[in-house]
Design a protein around this ligand. Structure first.
Ligand SMILES: [Zn+2]
Ligand SMILES: [Zn+2]
Length: 161
């Protein structure tokens, strides 16, 4: 069953298949938006023909040509049909489904998010986690160290009530 674009509603999205990994992502022929099911963003970023094609286009089009999209009405998840939540990554607003964790990027938003991420900017933890995985950076490993450090500092300087 085709995915319907969360922004255009009645438009069926076009599946784009990566010929190396078999990964399938959906793009909207009308607005240029892209839908990633949970885990698909990190798989996309790991490499393959879709990513190559995406990067080629990204090199040609200047980032400045991308405008901000203001969401005026709530968008529904094309899978779960529930209302998606808006999450920020740096200054980009994304739509994410709280149930299936699918992600919708308006045209140009993915490029903006990747550019911000590569500059070291942060944002919503769920988005960040998928980006980290896609780029092969596993931040999970240093969390226990940070936790230990935090409790050590707490013992030195107990929080004032
Ligand atoms: Zn659309
Ligand atoms: Zn969903």
């Amino acid at each position: 069953m085709p995915v319907r674009c969360p922004a255009c509603r009645n438009i069926a999205m076009t599946p784009e298949v990566d010929s190396t990994s078999g990964l399938e992502i959906d793009t909207c022929p009308e607005c240029g938006g892209t839908w990633f099911d949970s885990e698909e963003l990190s798989r996309f970023l790991e490499g393959g023909t879709l990513k190559q094609a995406f990067l080629q286009v990204a090199d040609v089009e200047p980032l400045q040509s991308v405008g901000f999209t203001l969401t005026t009405r709530a968008r529904g998840c094309p899978r779960c049909r529930i209302r998606m939540e808006e999450r920020m990554f740096s200054d980009v607003t994304l739509d994410i489904c709280p149930r299936c964790q699918g992600l919708f990027f308006d045209d140009g938003e993915l490029r903006r998010v990747l550019a911000k991420y590569e500059k070291g900017e942060g944002g919503d933890a769920l988005v960040r986690e998928q980006l980290d995985r896609g780029y092969g950076r596993h931040r999970g490993a240093d969390r226990p160290i940070l936790g230990a450090l935090t409790s050590f500092l707490r013992r030195l300087w107990p929080p004032t009530p």
